[in-house]
Design a binder for this molecule. Structure first.
Ligand code: UD1
Ligand code: CA
Length: 448
């Protein structure tokens, strides 16, 4: 089936009180509009029609669209019906038009599909729900037999109609062939003097078309964001929805209300997530890992059985299986930690490879390093990688032991199984198997 997804995004969003056009307000790390673009990718044979008006150049440059998307300009915002009208000439014959509102971004592809199925080739399918507060939404009008016969906007509703608890999500599906005549017949006789898309419901029933209502799987999916307060509610709803979905697949959370997902996040079963963690960008965490409280992971891959302790920041990094990291470690950008390595308290690792089973458990800076397997990096070790102009490399061979509080002045090579005496400032390469001492011998001098 061909789907023509029409996304309404021309409004200014006056109620949002922000300089940005409404659909560019940020939700879970990306613009509201991007959520719909990403979700509709899950529908097959779907073409996007994006209706833009306010700050349209900015809107166009701020989202990523698929190749077959069409930008449609609505120069004056004369209402949601008028917005849809601008797309009519581009709709494909016999397609299903799926109308989405740029400010209702959390709808799932599953709900979109059930709406498309309910529309079939003859019906108008409408996504309705009962929010805790109906204020601001269009109310669904039904006849005495329960059949949907219209939608009344809040501005035009009588107090009796305002008491109706079932509301319009704004989202609907109808064959493009049937949509065209309905839209063409819209009038703007209402309080806002706008061409309301919602009036096609009454027109459809007058044309003997069946109007079917579909309910979303959760209310969160269809909450709209007209002001910052509603945007806050949506933000939390998004993370709760994502955590709930992951929980169904075997990921445990200490509290689904205290976790943020800002990107494309994959977490596999058996993994546990403590409170206040943030996942950003492309993140994948393999099974049976343990993520402590306050951990931030950006654009990284975490292997199986990894243990990350409290307040650790991981960015652009790969942690292979059974690595342990933190508490309070900063790993990355560009760090690769091989399996069973252990990175502890207040250790920073940047542009470096850490070999299998290597340990740096306390207070160290490892920058531009290539550290082999089984190395022990003592507390206070610094890879002195910057000479004021250039970043230089340090390599440490297998089994080496770097004594506490050593400075390795790069570029430098530390041979395998060598040992650096604590407190050394090492400026020359150290051959394999040697003990290097680069500090002055202790003198005990009589006090005056
Ligand atoms: C709309 C519905 C209401 C529904 C609610 C759900 C209408 C008339 N009302 O009200 O029944 O309960 O959404 O969230 O449709 N837009 C344009 N061009 C325009 C006007 C709007 O592109 O000329 C876009 C806006 O940018 C926005 C969307 O359409 O993304 C909805 O417009 P908005 O003004 O927010 O409608 P609501 O008052 O929320
Ligand atoms: Ca709205």
């Amino acid at each position: 089936m061909k789907i023509d997804a029409i996304i309404l995004a021309a409004g200014k969003g006056t109620r949002m009180n922000s300089a940005l056009p409404k659909v560019l307000n940020n939700l879970a790390g990306k613009p509201l509009l991007q959520h719909l673009l990403d979700t509709t990718k899950e529908l097959s044979n779907c073409k996007h029609h994006l209706v833009v008006g306010n700050q349209q150049a900015l809107v166009k440059s701020s989202v990523k669209t698929s190749k077959n998307s069409i930008w449609v300009s609505q120069s004056k915002q004369l209402g949601t019906g008028h917005a849809v009208k601008q797309t009519l000439k581009n709709l494909r014959p016999n397609s299903t038009a799926l109308i989405l509102y740029g400010d209702v971004p959390l709808i799932t592809s599953k709900t979109m599909k059930s709406l498309i199925n309910a529309a079939g080739s003859k019906n108008l399918a409408l996504l309705t729900f009962e929010p805790p507060k109906a204020k601001g939404y269009g109310r669904i009008l039904r006849d005495s037999k329960g059949k949907v016969i219209g939608i009344i906007e809040e501005k035009d509703a009588t107090s009796k109609q305002k008491a109706i608890t079932e509301v319009n999500s704004g989202i609907m599906a109808i064959s493009s062939n049937n949509l065209k005549p309905l839209i063409t017949n819209l009038k703007n006789k209402n309080a806002a003097k706008e061409y309301y898309l919602t009036d096609i419901v009454e027109l459809a029933t007058k044309n003997q078309m069946l109007v079917k209502s579909v309910k979303p799987s959760s209310i969160e999916e269809v909450l709209g964001a007209n002001n910052l307060e509603e945007l806050n509610t949506l933000e939390r709803s998004y993370h709760v929805m994502k955590a709930t979905e992951l929980s169904k697949n075997g990921v445990s959370f200490n509290d689904i209300n205290r976790v943020d997902f800002r990107g494309d996040i994959k977490i596999h079963k058996g993994t546990t997530i403590d409170i206040n963690c943030i996942f950003e960008g492309a993140v994948e965490i393999a099974k049976n890992s343990k993520i402590g409280p306050g951990v931030i992971i950006r654009n990284s891959k975490i292997g199986e059985g990894v243990k990350i302790e409290a307040y650790t920041l991981i960015e652009n990094a790969v942690l292979e299986k059974n690595v342990s990291a933190g508490p309070f470690a900063h790993i990355g950008p560009e760090a690769v930690l091989a399996e069973n390595s252990e990175i502890g308290n207040f250790v920073e690792i940047k542009r470096s490879k850490i070999g299998k089973g290597t340990k740096a458990k306390h207070l160290a800076y490892i920058g531009d390093g290539n550290v082999d397997e089984g190395v022990n990096i003592g507390a206070g070790t610094i890879f002195v990688n910057y000479d004021g102009k250039n970043k230089n490399k340090t390599s440490v061979g297998k089994g080496a032991f770097i004594g506490s509080n050593s400075s390795l002045i790069a570029p430098i090579r530390i041979g395998h199984n060598s040992m650096i005496g604590a407190g050394s400032v090492v400026t020359k390469d150290v051959p394999a198997q040697k003990l290097a001492l680069a500090r002055s011998r202790q003198k005990n001098i009589r006090k005056k």
